[in-house]
Structure formats: C-alpha cells, structure tokens
Design a protein around this ligand. Structure first.
Ligand code: NAP
Length: 244
C-alpha cells in the first residue's frame, strides 16, 4: 500500500489482538495498537511490527469508557487530518467466569461493558469515515461461548452473543456502502486468557485435539479484511478446531 491505510485493533498488546496487529501490518496496513494498561506489552507489539518492516502507532484507551474512547479517537482524527480508519478489529475482551447463582453484579457488568459498549463506542466513531469512503471492514472477535453458550460463562456468553447480533444487524445496514461487518468465533486459543485452564483435560473436548494459535485467528481476520472478502458480510465464522 503506497499511502497509509489505517487498521485499528483493540486489545492489541497481547494474545489474539497482537497476532492480528502483526498480520495486518504484514498485509500493508498502518496498525493502530489499542490497549488498556499494559504499555510494555503494547510497545513490544509495535517493535515487532517495525522489526518486520511494518508501521504502527500506539493508542491506549479503555474500550468500555465512552468518554475515553471519544477523546482518544477525536485526537487521533485531529492528528491525521484527511485520513480515516479503514479497518476496525473489535478484539479487546475480558472474562470473569463463575456460576450465575454466585455471580456478582460487577462481574456481569464489566464483561458486558467491555464487549458490547466497546463495540458501540468505537464502531460508532469510525463508521462514518468508512461510509464516506464507500469501503470498510469491521471484524469483531466473538467466541464459541456466544454461539453455543458455556456453563460458568453466562456473562461472557451473553456479551459475545450480543456482539454477534450487532454484527448481523450492522452488516445489513451498511452492505450497500461496501462496508462489511463480520465476527469470528474462536474456541480455545493459547493466550494469557486461557493460561490458567487445564489444557490437557479441555483438549479432549476439541475434535482437532488441540488449542488454536493466535496466528490462526489472525489469518482468518486478515482474509475477512481483504478485498477478496467483499461479498462476505453479517457472518459469524467459527475457528474452534471443530467445537461448537
Ligand atoms: P488476552 O490475552 O487476555 O488479551 C486481552 C487484550 O485486551 C489485551 O491487549 C488487553 O489490554 C485488552 N483489553 C482488555 N480490556 C480492555 C479494555 N477495557 N480496553 C482496552 N483494551 C482492553 O485475551 P485474548 O485471549 O487474546 O482474547 C482476545 C479476544 O478474543 C477477546 O475478546 C476474547 O474474549 C476473545 N476470545 C479469546 C479466546 C481464547 O481462547 N483466548 C477464545 C474466544 C474468544 P492490556 O494488555 O492493556 O490489559
């Protein structure tokens, strides 16, 4: 890509977001690395992109805080006059597992806010630029948990199912303007989020017999962001080794 074409990846300091950021940078995008608080990890993502010859910028903000999102994206717009964000990957997410009967209000709301309000605040801000350009890609990282429901994750399953609903609705709203909106639904992927899980036991429930790697999710996101994927919208694609 001759000029900068910008891709914003939320939660790109670690895990799946980092792999997506690295992959999109290889695809030629200038990647805007969002993260919440782990500046050292975000800087490592940026350094690895630059070491591979790519371009990246850091843009920390809490995706669940509407004011913080607005301030960060408005100052990005001001510093990049005439530019817009062409690709948005809504990846930032948290889990606070527990049986619903014991689940505190905070664990319900924190998970819902990060996923669903994060989707709203960021997508709402960047969508105008995509619609005006008559081109754009929005990919959200949902989960098999939001497709099938997982016990111990009613908050997380609800939040990811909401993300899937939003993806399907928005996909229909903006298809005529050549903006595609899709979700990917990973199963178990090796990241900090799954580090405490009993992989040996869980592998038995996965037809492929293993956890997935962040780079495998990144390859799917890369395809959905490509020109070749222009006729795919409003879809949820499982990447789960056959689970779900
Ligand atoms: P991870 O390793 O725990 O990384 C989470 C990333 O999200 C970090 O970059 C973190 O930033 C960022 N983040 C968290 N809360 C944020 C907030 N409020 N504002 C901005 N950034 C925030 O997670 P992961 O496993 O890569 O998961 C990435 C996405 O995939 C999540 O949406 C997750 O639900 C989904 N997913 C994961 C799996 C899996 O098995 N790993 C399966 C299905 C779906 P800091 O570094 O600053 O904390």
């Amino acid at each position: 890509m001759a000029n900068n074409v910008y891709a914003l990846v939320t939660g790109a300091s670690r895990g799946i977001g980092r792999a997506v950021a690295e992959r999109l940078a290889k695809d030629g995008y200038t990647v805007i690395i969002n993260y919440h608080s782990n500046t050292a990890a975000a800087e490592r993502t940026k350094e690895s992109i630059e070491a591979a010859g790519g371009k990246a910028e850091l843009l920390p903000f809490d995706v669940s805080n509407g004011r913080a999102v607005e301030e960060a994206l408005t100052s990005w717009d001001a510093a990049h006059e005439g530019e817009h964000i062409s690709v948005l990957v809504n990846n930032a997410g948290i889990r606070r597992d527990g049986l619903l009967v014991f689940m505190g209000e905070e664990d319900w709301h924190d998970v819902m806010r990060t996923t669903t309000e994060g989707f709203y605040y960021i997508t709402h801000h960047v969508l105008g630029g995509m619609l005006r350009a008559r081109k754009g890609r929005i990919v959200s990282i949902a989960s098999i948990s939001g497709v099938s429901g997982l016990p111990g994750q009613t908050n997380y399953s609800a939040a990811k199912a909401a993300l899937i609903g939003a993806t399907k609705a928005l996909g229909k709203e903006v298809a005529a303007r050549k903006v595609t909106v899709n979700a990917v639904a990973p199963g178990f992927i090796t990241t900090d989020m799954t580090a405490e899980l009993d992989e040996t036991e869980l592998k038995k429930t996965i037809p492929a017999g293993r956890f997935g790697q962040p780079e495998e999710v990144a390859a799917l996101v890369s395809f959905l962001c490509s020109d070749e994927a222009g006729y795919i919208t409003g879809q949820v694609i499982n990447i789960s080794g056959g689970m779900g």
